[in-house]
Design a binder for this molecule. Structure first.
Ligand SMILES: NC(=O)c1ccc[n+]([C@@H]2O[C@H](COP(=O)([O-])OP(=O)(O)OC[C@H]3O[C@@H](n4cnc5c(N)ncnc54)[C@H](OP(=O)(O)O)[C@@H]3O)[C@@H](O)[C@H]2O)c1
Length: 357
């Protein structure tokens, strides 16, 4: 049986309060200082993963740091904590370890963490790209949007996930805009894309202006705060928010009934999996980065897989195939922590048509 570890961390103070109810009675500022000092802990054992070919079990290990703390504390302090968490998973028998959410965003994205461990490591970003793109294509099909004629904007395009999403989509679409803050890096990426695919892409560091014309948005920034506000979005826009914490403001759900926002990177796991930990998703559903770690364990592929900034497009295809082989599926759509039914998507479509008449 394949064994894996997966490193998680709280995405907000609400998550901390769920784990440590006493935090509700402690001022935020003090609690932030307290969690900085807490060591990583085993959170739960993951059981019941069975595919037609193999079985796996795993362990969640928690690094008690919030997203902005992971980004702003000294890198060596943060890395030391993440390495410690991985060593806890190693000690329990993990043969491959996944880095969740911002533990995979800091520093060189897993490379130096992997060097400090005996066990191979992955960020899970390769399968995240595969599943995010599958979700975007499916939701566009439901709402009747032709991707090849749509204006697509990737927010956080300079990142590990954003770069590969951009490179893959550049082969399939005509109108692609890349948004990030570092324009020099965007220029290099645009040059690479032109050489590799022949597509000339639009680049910008002006998010609001670029989103005004976006039919489809893939949000993959590593901002600790929301970056997409309701007033930024075009009528009828489809947004796939892959970022954790989210890029899209919760106000969009209340104020923009004419756009569709889906959570990207959600996967249904084969077998009767029990995570023994509530991370806010329906039973048997997990994030694609977790799923990639599970797939590697099921396959016995104990190797560093998705590390660093430059992921390989060939590996996206490989991960998609391995996921299918073991029975992983794109999960039902969700939006702002709730199930999103087809009829909800179709009602947005009707609203757009009504407004156009
Ligand atoms: N749903 C899932 O299963 C899943 C799996 C893995 C990761 N994730 C999430 O996906 C996100 C991206 O991960 P990653 O590994 O690709 O991170 P990354 O490599 O750090 O890339 C994110 C990019 O976002 C850009 N950025 C940061 N703040 C921004 C802002 N305010 N506006 C516009 N762009 C901004 C940065 O480029 P510039 O410096 O040029 O702006 C950065 O290169 C994270 O939130 C992560 O937690 C989700």
């Amino acid at each position: 049986m394949g064994e894996f570890g997966f490193v998680i961390h709280p995405l907000s103070m609400q998550d901390v309060m769920r784990k440590y109810p006493i935090a509700k009675r402690i001022p935020n500022k003090v609690m932030r200082k307290v969690i900085e000092k807490l060591p990583p802990v085993k959170v739960s054992e993951i059981t019941g993963i069975t595919s037609s070919f193999a079985e796996a079990k795993g362990y969640f290990v928690g690094v008690p740091l919030l997203p902005d703390q992971l980004l702003s504390l000294p890198l060596d302090t943060v890395e030391r904590k993440i390495v410690k968490a991985c060593q806890i998973a190693e000690g329990m028998g993990a043969q491959v370890i996944g880095l969740g959410a911002f533990t995979s965003v800091i520093g060189d994205k897993g490379i130096s963490i992997a060097r400090q461990l005996k066990t191979p490591v992955t960020t899970g970003n390769t399968y995240t790209v595969a599943i995010a793109l599958e979700a975007v294509k499916k939701v566009c099909k439901v709402i009747g949007k032709d991707l090849s004629r749509s204006e697509i904007v990737i927010v956080g395009a300079n990142g590990a996930i954003g770069r590969v999403c951009s490179k893959i989509l550049a082969r399939e679409v005509k109108y692609l805009s890349l948004v990030s803050r570092n324009v020099r890096k965007l220029e290099e990426l645009a040059k690479d894309i032109l050489m590799e695919t022949g597509l000339s892409v639009h680049i910008s560091d002006r998010l609001q202006k670029t989103l005004k014309r976006a039919d489809v948005v893939i949000a993959v920034s590593s901002s600790a705060d929301v970056v997409i506000q309701p007033e930024f979005l075009k009528e009828g826009a489809v947004v796939c928010d892959v970022a954790r914490p989210r890029d899209v403001s919760a106000r969009v759900a209340k104020e923009r009934k004419d756009v569709v926002v889906i959570e990207g990177g959600l996967v249904e796991v084969p077998g009767d999996v029990n995570f023994n930990f509530n991370f806010g998703l329906p039973p048997r559903v997990c994030y694609a980065c977790m799923a990639e770690t599970i797939i590697l364990a099921l396959e016995g592929r104990y190797e560093n897989y998705s590390l660093g900034d430059s992921l390989e497009t060939d590996k996206v295809v490989e991960m998609l195939e391995l996921g299918r082989k073991h029975g992983f599926k794109l999960a039902a759509f969700r939006s702002f922590d709730r199930a999103l039914e087809y009829r909800d998507i179709l009602s947005v479509k009707e609203k757009i048509v009504d407004n156009a008449v």
